[in-house]
Ligand binder design. Structure first.
Ligand code: ADP
Length: 614
C-alpha cells in the first residue's frame, strides 16, 4: 500500500532532480550523431510506411537517357539534342520548361549555340540552371548559363540537393543558396514560381510565399524543405522518342517539363531518396517542384513543443511512480511509453516530424528513473522497518531482563520475611527495599507505556502556563545525587523567568532525561551546565556536558527509538535508547524543536527550543 504521508522535501527534491536529470540526458543525447542516425532511420521508415497519397503529377521529365546518348551523338552533342527537344516541347505549349543542365561552357561550333538560343527564345517560361562551384569559401562562384541562353530564360535557379552527411540520403532541399552578396532561389522553386505566373517570392523569417502558397521553410533552417517524394516517381518521356514521334509531345501540354540527364553513364548527380532508390538529380528537382505544387508540406516539430512534450511525459512518469505502485504503476508507465512510441507516426501522418530519438529516450529514461527510484526507496523503507523491529525486540529483551532484577529482589525479600523471624530493623529494611524496587518497576512500565501512547498520539497533553525555571530547579535537585557519585558538578548558569504553555510534568520528564544523559555519558570529575536564554519568541533551554559526545552520523539517529551509540553501549551505563525519542515528542508537542551540537569526546549540548509565553 502506498503511504498517505507527504514526502519529505529532501526526497521530493531528489526524485524530481533525478527525473529532470534523465530528461536532460535524453535531450542532450538527441544531439549526438547516433541519435541523428536513428532519427534518419525513423524518418525513412515513416516515409515508407506513410507515403503521400498518389496525386497526379503536374510535371514530366524529358529524359536524356542512354538511348538518346547513343542515337544522338553522345555527351558532346547535348546542344543539338536540346534544340531538337525544345522545338517539340514548345509546340505542345507546356506551362514551363526547366532545363536541368549547366550550359556554361563555350563550344567550338557556335552555330549549335545560336540554334539552341533560338529554340530557347521560342520557348516561353524557360528556367535555366546554375550551380555553385568551388571548394573553398574564397573561390565559390556561380557557374551561369552563357549570356545568349540567359537572355532567353524567364529565370535561372540553383541546382543543389542536400545529401545527409551521415548516410547520403536526400531528404531536404535548400530553397535558396548564396555566396556573399549573391543569392539564388532553387531551380525547382523558380520552375514553380514561373509556372504560376512569375510573381515575387515573399520572405518572412519563418516561411516563403510563392504564388499564394506558403512554404514553411525558416531562415534559420537555411530555407530547407523536406522533399515529399511521390512514391511512383515522376513520369518520364525519353528525349529520343520525342524527337522521333511528335505526337508524344501531347503529354507535355499544360505541364511543367524538366529536361535532364538520367543516363547512368552521364548523370553527374545521382542521389538516394528515403525509399532507398537511386534517382537522377533532375528527378529530385522535379520532386521538389511537385512538393511545392502539392502544397502539402512535412515540417519539423517546433523545438519548444517537442521539449514541452518530453517534459510532460517525464512529469507523468514522475507522478505515476510517486502516487501508484505495483501493477497499476507499471501499466500506466507502459501506456506512457506506448504513447511516446506512437506519437511520431501519428504526427508524421499529420505532416509533422518530431525528434524521434529524444522523444523516445526521454520517455524511457524518465520512466525507468522513476521506477528505479520507487523500487530502491521502498526497499530502503522495508529495510528500515525491519531494523526498527529488530531494535524493538532488543529493547523488549533488555526490559524483561531489567525487570527480572527488581522482581528477584522483591521475591527474595518477601520470602525471607515470610519464612524467618527477623529483627524489626531487618524487616523494615526489607520492606523499604520491596517498596523502592516495586516503584522502580512501576516507573519502568510507565515509561514504556508512555512511549507507545505518545507515539500513537493517544497521550493527552495539558495546556497550562508553567515557569520553566521551577522545572529545571526540581530536576537538578533530583539528578544531583546521581551526579555526586561520579563527582560531577551541575552548574545552573542563568535562568530566565519565562513561562511556557504546556504540560509541566512532561517537560520535567524531558529536562530530567537530558540531565541524566549528560551525567550518564560523561566521565567523572566533569561539569554539566544548564541555562535558559530568551531569543525573540523562543526560549532556549540548554544542557551542556563534557562527555563522550557523538559524531555527525550518530547525531542523526539519537532521536530514533531504541538507538544507542557504540560509545554509550561501551560506557557501561544502562539505557534503552528510548528517552530522547520521548523528549523530542514532548518538545514537538509543545510547538518546539530539539537542537544538538556535539563532537566525539568533546561533549554535547542538547537544547530544547520552545515558544515562550508573552
Ligand atoms: P539511553 O540513554 O537510554 O540509551 P536516550 O534515548 O536517552 O537513551 O539516548 C539515546 C542515545 O543518545 C544514548 O544511548 C547515547 O548514545 C546518546 N546520547 C544521549 N545523550 C547523550 C550525551 N549527553 N552525550 C553523549 N551521548 C548521548
Amino acid at each position: 500500500m502506498k503511504s498517505k504521508k507527504r514526502w519529505p522535501t529532501k526526497k521530493l527534491l531528489l526524485y524530481g532532480g533525478s527525473i529532470a536529470l534523465s530528461l536532460l540526458v535524453a535531450v542532450l543525447a538527441g544531439w549526438t550523431t547516433l541519435a541523428q542516425r536513428i532519427d534518419n532511420y525513423a524518418y525513412d521508415y515513416l516515409f515508407n510506411r506513410y507515403p503521400p497519397a498518389n496525386w497526379t503529377p503536374s510535371s514530366v521529365i524529358v529524359a536524356l537517357d542512354e538511348t538518346a546518348l547513343n542515337k544522338m551523338g553522345g555527351q558532346r552533342n547535348y546542344r543539338p539534342m536540346l534544340t531538337a527537344a525544345l522545338e517539340r516541347i514548345a509546340a505542345a505549349k507546356p506551362r514551363a520548361v526547366a532545363i536541368d543542365m549547366i550550359l556554361a561552357d563555350k563550344i567550338d561550333d557556335e552555330s549549335q549555340d545560336r540554334q539552341l538560343a533560338a529554340a530557347m527564345r521560342a520557348t516561353p517560361n524557360l528556367i535555366l540552371a546554375t550551380e555553385l562551384i568551388g571548394d573553398r569559401v574564397d573561390n565559390l562562384h556561380w557557374e551561369n548559363p552563357l549570356p545568349q541562353f540567359r537572355a532567353a530564360a524567364a529565370a535561372v535557379g540553383e541546382v543543389y540537393t542536400d545529401r545527409n552527411k551521415l548516410d547520403g540520403v536526400s531528404r531536404f532541399a535548400p530553397l535558396a543558396q548564396s555566396i556573399p552578396g549573391d543569392r539564388r532561389w532553387a531551380f525547382s522553386l523558380e520552375a514553380f514560381r514561373v509556372s504560376r505566373g512569375g510573381g515575387q517570392v515573399i520572405e518572412t523569417p519563418d516561411d516563403l510565399e510563392v504564388a499564394g502558397v506558403r512554404v514553411p521553410v525558416s531562415y534559420s533552417s537555411g530555407r530547407a524543405l523536406r522533399i515529399r517524394f511521390r512514391r511512383d516517381g515522376i513520369p518520364k518521356l525519353p528525349l529520343y522518342a520525342l524527337t522521333q514521334d511528335p505526337s508524344l509531345a501531347a503529354q507535355l501540354t499544360g505541364k511543367v517539363v524538366f529536361i535532364g540527364v538520367t543516363a547512368n553513364s552521364a548523370a553527374r548527380d545521382r542521389l538516394v531518396n528515403p525509399y532507398g532508390e537511386d534517382v537522377a538529380g533532375v528527378e529530385v528537382n522535379a520532386q521538389i517542384y511537385e512538393t511545392l505544387a502539392q502544397g502539402r508540406f512535412l515540417v519539423s516539430a517546433r523545438n519548444d513543443t517537442s521539449l514541452l512534450f518530453c517534459v510532460l511525459i517525464a512529469t507523468a512518469a514522475g507522478f505515476t511512480f510517486a502516487l501508484r505502485s505495483g501493477l497499476a504503476a507499471y501499466l500506466i508507465a507502459g501506456l506512457l511509453l506506448l504513447v511516446a512510441h506512437f506519437l511520431p507516426s501519428l504526427l508524421f501522418q499529420q505532416g509533422i516530424v518530431p525528434p524521434y530519438f529524444s522523444t523516445i529516450s526521454a520517455a524511457w529514461l524518465s520512466v525507468t528513473t522513476a521506477a528505479a527510484f520507487q523500487y530502491f526507496t521502498t526497499r530502503g523503507e522495508l529495510r528500515k522497518s525491519e531494523s526498527d523491529r529488530a531494535r524493538y525486540q532488543q529493547a523488549i529483551h533488555f526490559v524483561t531482563h531489567e525487570m527480572r532484577t527488581p522482581l528477584t529482589a522483591i521475591q527474595g525479600s518477601s520470602e525471607l520475611m515470610g519464612r524467618y523471624n527477623l529483627t524489626d530493623d531487618k524487616r523494615k529494611q526489607m520492606a523499604q527495599m520491596i517498596n523502592s524496587e516495586s516503584k522502580r518497576l512501576a516507573r519502568m512500565i510507565q515509561t514504556f507505556l508512555d512511549v507507545e501512547r505518545l507515539s500513537d498520539g493517544q497521550m493527552e497533553m495539558k495546556r497550562e502556563p508553567f515557569v520553566v525555571r521551577e522545572v529545571i530547579e526540581g530536576c537538578v535537585a533530583r539528578v544531583r545525587a546521581l551526579a555526586e557519585r561520579k563527582q560531577i558538578n551541575i552548574y545552573v548558569d542563568s535562568l530566565t523567568a519565562d513561562l511556557v504553555l504546556g504540560d509541566r510534568e512532561l517537560m520535567e520528564y524531558a529536562v530530567y532525561n537530558l540531565l541524566t544523559n549528560a551525567v550518564k555519558y560523561s566521565p567523572p570529575q566533569t561539569e554539566v551546565h544548564v541555562e535558559t536564554v530568551r531569543q525573540g519568541e523562543d526560549l532556549h533551554l540548554a544542557v551542556r556536558d563534557q562527555g563522550i559526545g557523538m559524531d555527525s552520523k550518530e547525531l542523526k539517529n539519537i532521536f530514533k527509538k531504541f538507538y544507542r551509540t557504540k560509545k554509550a553501549e561501551q560506557s557501561g551505563e544502562v539505557g534503552t535508547g528510548i528517552g530522547l525519542s520521548i523528549v523530542e515528542q514532548i518538545v514537538v508537542n509543545h510547538g518546539g524543536r530539539m537542537e544538538v551540537a556535539s563532537a566525539p569526546s568533546k561533549g554535547s549540548t542538547f537544547t530544547i527550543v520552545v515558544p515562550a509565553q508573552g
